[in-house]
Design a protein around this ligand. Structure first.
Ligand SMILES: [Ca+2]
Length: 111
């Protein structure tokens, strides 16, 4: 079980950690996941399947976590993580920046 929270009864029935993450409210406290799970979460944002996460895809993912003010939060995160300024999170280095940002500002702790 990758999360600190007690395992829900249905967790052994093929429900992925990503699905569990989406179901939890961001306001309940820190979420914890591995780097692999974070990358899977990023991939799940990638609506058009181009291997990169755009601003609008990131915003949709934050909305999916139940966050508010997602336009602002997305803008802030992209301005930190998008090192080459192409308006997408598209490299390991940029993912690292997003992971650092997520830990501080979104309560998502990547271990
Ligand atoms: Ca970029």
């Amino acid at each position: 079980m990758p999360f600190n929270a007690p395992a829900p009864a249905h967790s052994r029935s093929g429900v992925t950690p990503i699905k569990l993450l989406e179901r939890r409210s961001i306001d309940r406290g820190k979420m914890q996941m591995t780097r692999e799970e974070f990358k899977k979460w990023l991939e799940s944002m990638d609506g058009d399947g181009d291997g990169q996460v755009s601003k609008s895809e990131l915003r949709a993912a934050l909305k999916g976590l139940g966050m508010h003010f997602t336009r602002w939060k997305t803008w802030r995160a992209m301005s930190r993580a998008d090192l080459n300024h192409n308006k997408k999170v598209d490299s390991e280095q940029e993912i690292d920046e997003l992971i650092k940002y997520a830990a501080i500002h979104w309560g998502i702790l990547v271990v």
